[in-house]
Write a protein that binds this ligand. Structure first.
Ligand SMILES: Cc1cc2nc3c(=O)[nH]c(=O)nc-3n(C[C@H](O)[C@H](O)[C@H](O)COP(=O)(O)OP(=O)(O)OC[C@H]3O[C@@H](n4cnc5c(N)ncnc54)[C@H](O)[C@@H]3O)c2cc1C
Length: 246
């Protein structure tokens, strides 16, 4: 809430799972907070406020131990009587939620692009391994069950890439792209999880070993279906775009 006499925002609350919030070069975090007077009726007013690292009352919790994305920094944040100048308002007061949702549309194209990279890696690694690995006197890729997995990986890579480029192109053209970003994010990330499962299967026992690139992709891909809006949220957005009263 705004302390008008002091000309300061006073922030209280917590947020789990914030990326890059505790690195040596993290100088600020942006907080999307309720800024109407406590208990005000109607729709809550939500605004964005910049909080510099080290501000008294702002605490960065210890890093999470995650199943993947070990190179990415993730912390919970807590705010208790944390005060910053009124001028730290980012954008228009009351537009924080709308801005947050618009930024998520951009982010969904970026997450879809990450998924395309994961699928492409699984495709290249799997086709090579299917040619190189000999079992029972022939390359494993001579078995239809393995060859068909490789074919499916190529279809996933091509489809995810086209959907992602299309959404990115619409954004670059300044045209609406919410629906297309959700479609690209949903398809590409679910395909990435499938692709990593199939690729680790093609690698057999080596697929379970840390030394194999696809095993890392297997662990890292799951978050793509969760961050920047879960798959369920993407389906909700797509259905709403169809005019359904969801
Ligand atoms: C590594 C990591 C980094 C992250 N980085 C950031 C960050 O930098 N900034 C940030 O703001 N957030 C970040 N997040 C948070 C992330 O965006 C959320 O975890 C994600 O959106 C899911 O929200 P939730 O965890 O609250 O799940 P919940 O909302 O509790 O959902 C749990 C399950 O229920 C389903 N569900 C919930 N509501 C509905 C509904 N109405 N209809 C159907 N299904 C529903 C969900 O789809 C999901 O499957 C990060 C998370 C992780 C794990």
């Amino acid at each position: 809430m705004l302390d008008e006499a002091a000309g300061e925002w006073s922030i209280d609350g917590e947020k789990a799972f914030i990326t890059n919030s505790g690195t040596d070069i993290t100088s600020i975090v942006t907080v999307t907070a309720r800024t109407d007077a406590a208990g005000a009726g109607g729709k809550p007013e939500i605004s964005t406020i910049v909080v510099p690292a080290g501000t008294p009352g702002f605490e960065v919790q210890p890093p999470y131990r995650k199943m993947g994305w070990h190179a990415s920094d993730t912390h919970g944040l807590s705010f208790s009587g944390c005060r910053v100048p009124e001028a730290n308002l980012l954008g228009e007061r009351g537009r924080g939620f709308a801005n947050f949702l618009a930024i998520l549309d951009d982010g969904r194209v970026a997450i879809a692009a990450l998924a395309v990279g994961v699928i492409q890696c699984c495709l290249e690694q799997s086709v090579q391994y299917a040619k190189d690995r000999n079992a029972f006197g022939k390359p494993i890729g001579a078995n239809q069950a393995v060859a068909f997995k490789c074919a499916d990986l190529e279809v996933m890579a091509a489809t995810a890439r086209h959907l992602t480029y299309h959404a990115a192109w619409l954004k670059d053209m300044g045209r609406p792209f919410k629906q297309e970003a959700a479609i690209a994010k949903l398809y590409a990330t679910e395909a990435a999880v499938t692709a990593t499962r199939e690729a680790t299967q093609i690698f057999g026992g080596y697929g379970f070993m840390d030394e194999t690139l696809v095993s890392r992709q297997y662990r890292d891909s799951k978050i793509l279906e969760i961050g920047e809006g879960t798959s369920e949220v993407q389906r909700m957005i797509i259905a709403r775009g169809q005019g359904l009263p969801l």
